[in-house]
Design a protein. Structure first.
Length: 387
């Protein structure tokens, strides 16, 4: 018999360092986690300063300092303990591996289940104290929700009992109506505003870290594409991470310098951080989302949410088949997966999509399977198992 949802009006406590107003995929995930569970249950969240103003309707938030890290851990742990004793939640949920020990301790105080949602780096981060204190907590929680099959495999390798591991992919916001045909008027306006004309446009979205591989892309892949399509442009949206706990940054200056050495500097455009509206317009204006993830030791790509967000807008992704990205791209339907590190295969896949785009209906159909509503239902079934 499959796991059943939590009984209605069951109290849930979420403890997380990743929540708006901080920006990023983990922050969006935790916001929607609270929003979806909050539709059916009293939902209380402990999160960094500024989170209360961003809380979903009906969700209460207690704020703690974001930095320094030790202060966040101590303050969040104390607030979680108090909330667990006061509210007696049935489930205490950690929004990442970082807060798993806090969720486990709070759950023990309340006689509740402890559950942690983990991303790839939550398992592999090579920090001695983390591995000594945090990984044992992940082994003790009642359930671990992994964001991909790759993360689930890492969790099992780290000693987490396989029967406690569940896979729930992150969700995505679907448009309220049927997607408009590409390119949309906003796409035309975006191209005009940035002087792109009719140039074939590749798009890169996300934090600029070594794992994302953008410097290697402009050195190894972009010159091959530009040789065949001299008018191609690579538009980069995002910046070096400010609050990441681990991961080496690749600055725009370093990427631009690498592009100059490779002779493709004129093909690269940096926009930095943009509004949600402008990001949507960029997805609509582009022809290919380039996702050159690198398979780095102790720094895996847990899922690759940006590939799903691109698919929502009918934009195909070309990616190296590394880590959890293989769960986020349906080869031949929402894009192409190529062998990790094979720059020639990556360039060929991009050129093929520029010459013969994929069917947008198939891309949209793939994206619909990741709706936030479905994500909430799947998480709730994991939380309900054993309550």
């Amino acid at each position: 018999m499959p796991p059943q949802p939590l009984p209605a009006r069951t109290r849930v406590l979420l403890v997380t360092r990743n929540f708006p107003p901080l920006l990023g995929g983990m922050e969006r995930l935790n916001w929607h986690l609270a929003a979806e569970l909050g539709k059916r249950h009293p939902m209380h969240v402990i999160a960094p300063a500024g989170a209360a103003a961003q809380a979903p309707t009906g969700v209460t938030v207690e704020e703690v300092p974001l930095k320094p890290l030790w202060r966040f851990v101590l303050a969040a742990g104390w607030r979680a303990f108090r909330a667990a004793r006061r509210d007696r939640p049935a489930v205490v949920l950690a929004g990442s591996g970082l807060t798993a020990p806090l969720a486990w301790l709070a759950a023990r105080c309340a006689g509740a289940r402890a559950v942690a949602y983990v991303h790839g780096l939550d398992i592999t981060v090579p920090h001695a104290l983390y591995r000594r204190l945090w990984l044992p907590a992940l082994r003790r929680v009642d359930a671990v929700i992994a964001n991909s099959h790759a993360t689930a495999a890492l969790a099992a390798q780290a000693g987490i009992a396989p029967q406690r591991i569940h896979i729930v992919h992150p969700g995505v916001q679907l448009p309220p109506a049927s997607p408009a045909a590409r390119p949309t008027p906003s796409a035309h306006a975006f191209r005009a505003a940035h002087g792109l004309g009719d140039a074939p446009l590749l798009l890169s979205v996300g934090r600029l870290t070594a794992r994302k591989g953008l410097r290697e892309f402009v050195t190894e892949v972009l010159p091959r594409i530009a040789a065949e399509r001299p008018d191609v442009r690579l538009l980069v949206i995002g910046d070096a991470p400010a609050n990441a706990l681990y991961g080496q940054a690749q600055t725009p200056a370093a990427i631009q310098s690498a592009a100059a050495v490779a002779g493709v500097a004129q093909h690269v455009i940096f926009l930095g951080k943009v509004s949600e509206e402008e990001l949507a317009a960029a997805y609509q204006a582009a022809q290919v989302h380039a996702f050159p993830i690198r398979a780095l030791p102790n720094d895996p790509e847990g899922f690759g949410m940006v590939a799903i967000e691109a698919a929502v807008h009918g934009l195909p992704t070309v990616a190296y088949a590394a880590g959890g990205v293989v769960d986020a791209v349906a080869h031949g339907q929402s894009g192409s997966l190529v062998p990790p590190g094979d720059a020639a295969a990556f360039a060929d896949a991009v050129l093929q999509l520029l010459a013969k785009p994929l069917d947008e209906a198939g891309i949209h159909a793939f994206a619909r399977g990741f709706a936030w509503e479905a994500f909430g239902e799947r998480v709730e079934r994991v939380l309900g198992a054993g309550t």
